[in-house]
Design a binder for this molecule. Structure first.
Ligand code: DQQ
Length: 547
């Protein structure tokens, strides 16, 4: 089957063909970034899962290697599911992943590099003593998976968390080990919530400084610990952060934060099964997440591929300590080419203009700053929406519903006459908590494609900014990549990734517009739209040793 090139990404990570899902075992080791990911080597739908492997020195260009972990033994004969890497103090990396055993139980296995002198760590050895963690009596053996990176407590013991459920209760269960081989369950789970299964937990320290210490553990000095879980019922991820007591292994989320469906999300769009790692080269924490397709399985089979990884994001705690902030790693800016610039341009209510001068806007990085000229025009926030999530509000007030302040923002991947367009925008209401304005950020793909059979929900998140204080200013960055529209509002406070499948706004036919569907005029104080070169994806020249 032909691979459909028109909608493949140019700088978002994708293998040449077939299905991918969760990022796994992400790490930095001796000058090389490793990305493993769930992969079906036989087709464009989920199945036959192995750990595919790619390496990079800059998180931009990738060398594809043969799968690193694939079924070989009774403890993983039915699949090698998600897991994490930990770099031990002696410098040895170890992977722990979920194996699906001969009885379809989910067990945790370790794997070590076969040859530490191979800079790419191509081959991994699974000791015979696997599995190292099996579901205990009374545990749900078909919902016990996705071990985190391990961390070492002051007592020298390793700890990690595994996702599971007990009926409807999602749990992050804790295990401890002295040698990474024998693991004992803690009496209490690290945390739990009434949300169904917790997949792909992640647990790590953050501070308000984007630069992190190389230790990666630590507490005190304003350090918070983040617990992120992926909810298989909604396919959304939620996080809390709070105090973690190393001595008692107790995690208490900050009181202002809600668990589960009412909680904060890394991304309010299509972004799942994410995982962070500590990048000791650049003293930052980096987040990887998977974005699946929004078309049908039939379409994926026809395309020959399914799934991409989001651009890796630096992640840290906002200066007010109320949420996490994310920003694309700076390295991707090396792909920026020719650019179009707009400065101090007024967009009257009800108007739009095209950002011209790009050979193609199908592969672009757009940084824009807007200024609302008359915040008094903001409509009141409907009391019926109190407590509703942003997606509900945005569904009621899409990009084409005229407003007082907004919707204003970008039409990405727009065709001639913008019959196809994906709207990324802000909308401002008055009457929020404490008299503040409510700022909503939305991604509305309802006009994104003339094709049928697409999943086209609006995605939305609230943006925690006091827009009156900023003089009506708000920033938007959008990474456009053929079938990806990945946006960062208010310098990374609210993020939304969306997958779209234009039929006309493809390749050099894709255009970019600024629009304003509100009553208040909006000024584009500045906008830079860069054409993006493609990342280099090469395959490993070295013949893998026969296995
Ligand atoms: N994907 C993996 C599981 C994980 C799920 C299987 C999340 O380990 O829970 O491919 O997308």
């Amino acid at each position: 089957l032909a691979v459909d090139d028109g909608l493949r990404t140019g700088y978002h990570f994708q293998p040449p063909k077939h299905w991918i899902n969760d990022p796994n075992g992400v790490m930095y080791y001796k000058g090389v970034y490793h990305l493993f990911y769930q992969y079906n080597p036989k087709g464009a739908v989920w199945g036959n899962i192995v750990w595919a492997h790619a390496v990079s020195t800059d998180l931009v260009d990738w060398i594809m290697l043969p799968p690193a972990i694939y079924p070989t033994a009774p403890f993983d004969v039915n699949g090698c599911w998600s897991g994490s890497a930990t770099v031990l103090p002696d410098g040895t990396p170890v992977i722990m992943y979920t194996g699906i055993d001969g009885e379809n139980r989910q067990v945790q296995n370790v794997a070590y590099p076969k040859d530490l002198s191979d800079p790419y760590l191509r081959e991994w050895v699974k000791p015979d003593y696997n599995p190292v963690i099996a579901p205990g009596p009374g545990m749900n053996a078909t919902a016990f998976r996705d071990p985190t990176t391990a961390w070492q407590g002051p007592d020298g013991l390793w700890r990690l968390v595994i996702g599971t459920k007990d009926n409807h209760r999602g749990l992050a269960v804790l295990y401890r080990s002295r040698d990474f081989k024998r693991w004992a369950p803690a009496k209490r789970a690290l945390h739990s919530g009434d949300t169904g299964m917790w997949e792909c937990p992640d647990f790590y320290p953050v501070t308000t400084s984007p630069a992190v210490g190389s230790g990666g553990g630590g507490s005190g000095n304003g350090t918070k610990h983040v617990l992120k879980v992926s909810l298989d019922l909604t396919r959304f991820e939620y996080y809390t952060f709070g105090e973690y007591d190393h001595a008692t292994d107790t995690y208490v989320p900050d009181a202002a934060l809600a668990d589960g469906n009412d909680g904060l999300r890394y991304d309010y769009g299509n972004f799942y099964a994410s995982k962070t790692f500590l990048d000791t080269a650049k003293q930052r924490r980096v987040l990887w997440g998977w974005a699946n397709e929004s078309d049908s399985a039939t379409a994926d089979i026809r395309k020959g591929w399914a799934g991409v990884q989001a651009i890796p994001r630096k992640i840290w705690l906002s200066s007010d300590g109320k949420q996490l902030v994310q920003w694309p790693v700076a390295e991707i800016e090396s792909l920026r080419g020719a650019h179009a610039n707009v400065t101090d341009t007024l967009v009257a209510g009800g108007s739009h203009f095209e950002v011209t001068g790009l050979a193609s806007a199908a592969q672009a990085d757009v940084e824009a700053s807007f200024q609302v000229m008359d915040l008094d025009k903001a409509e009141p926030f409907d009391p019926a929406w109190r407590g509703a999530d942003a997606q509900t509000v945005c569904a009621a007030r899409g990009a084409d519903a005229r407003g007082g302040v907004g919707p204003f923002g970008l039409w990405a991947l727009a065709s001639d006459e913008h019959g196809e367009r994906t709207a990324v925008f802000f909308r401002v209401f008055k009457g929020g908590d404490g008299g503040k304005h409510v700022v909503l950020m939305c991604n509305d793909p309802s006009m994104s494609s003339h094709a049928d059979d697409l999943y086209k929900p609006t995605f939305a998140g609230f943006v925690d900014v006091d827009i009156a204080q900023t003089g009506g200013k708000i920033a938007l960055r959008t990474l456009i990549d053929h079938s990806v529209v990945e946006s960062f509002g208010a310098h990374g406070k609210t993020c939304i990734l969306s997958r779209v499948y234009p039929t006309k706004a493809v390749g050099d036919k894709a255009r970019l517009y600024v629009f304003n569907n509100g009553e208040s005029d909006v000024k584009v104080t500045h906008l830079n739209a860069y054409e993006m070169r493609s990342a280099k994806i090469t395959s490993d020249a070295v013949e893998p040793t026969k296995r």
